[in-house]
Design a protein around this ligand. Sequence first.
Ligand code: SAH
Length: 350
Amino acid sequence: MQLEIDLAGRRVVVLGAERASRRVVARYRAAGADVDRRETAQACTDAVLVGAALVVAVGDAVGEAPNADPDCAMDALRDRCRRSGALFVREAAAQGSGTVTLVGGGPGALGLLALDAAAALREADVVLYDRLAPTDALAELAPAADLVDVGKLPGHHRVPQAGINDLLVRYALDGNAVVRLKGGDPFVFGRGSEELAACLAARVPCRVVPGVSSAISVPAAAGIPVTHRGVSHLFTVVSGHAPLSDEEHEHLAGLGGTIVVLMGVSTLPQLVAGLGRAGMRPDMPVAVVERGYSASQRTTAGTLATIVTAAGAARCQSPAVLVIGEVVRVGLDLQGGAAHLARLTESLAS
Ligand code: SAH
């Protein structure tokens, strides 16, 4: 059950020790509530309940009272809340030690964020995010968290990877629930495994919430399936960060399946030349899908022979996913785009 209550300006009484309830307090403050924290159920007198819209008991919230039975204390409090007209809920206490959760944020569409990712953000004290993470709704997704942009320092430089690893560990050792939010999936060219290794080396508990990778979802956003029965029964995901070797071009061309390239806009000319040398047909369809799932998403299509000119003319830019293979034609056909591809190919060939 999910209830939506407007708590702006309403009094919310939070019962619980400071450390255990800090996340809950931050969340209700972020919702605009006037939060009054009390250490124990005993400290929550009838006078405190007057005018409260909501009472939140964090953990067992019985405090130091001798022989206190949490269930009895909670039952009694629930009764008093009912009499005073306040809603009563219980929430889990924050864990004593810090944790790191590496979260894959997907390709940018809010709806493609996993439920586990949203839950980790909701509970986070600190979120370290970078450029490709879905950041638009971050303040609402992580209402209690400090948001740290590690994609940029004030001087517009990226925080180096070693610095990010140190930050993750330091925040967690301070007792925070830390979320490291990345675009797509954390283990696909995301350096997530290095961050996991740094946490484990520092004995910080770390878990991973996978995300929807742009390698599959961005082609899909453009209507291109990475496999299609009878057309391509495999796809290979390659980083175009640095040019590939001729041996790699030969292996890729020799596989005969779909090739998906991330970070490949600037090395597109070398890739196309290398695949050509490796014997790939010049009329093999190629698509460049820029800024998938954004309002400015754009697909530029061509063939191995024409795509460098087409991408140059269209001024294609990162972030983009390149798709090389007959599936591009399948995708464009499905959308009635075959005519477009043929036109583009003809006009560039002439
Ligand atoms: N871990 C990420 C990839 C990180 S590498 C994932 O699984 O998706 C960064 C590259 O991903 C970009 O250079 C681009 O090639 C691709 N990318 C990520 N999001 C994208 C988007 N919304 N549109 C187009 N390309 C995207």
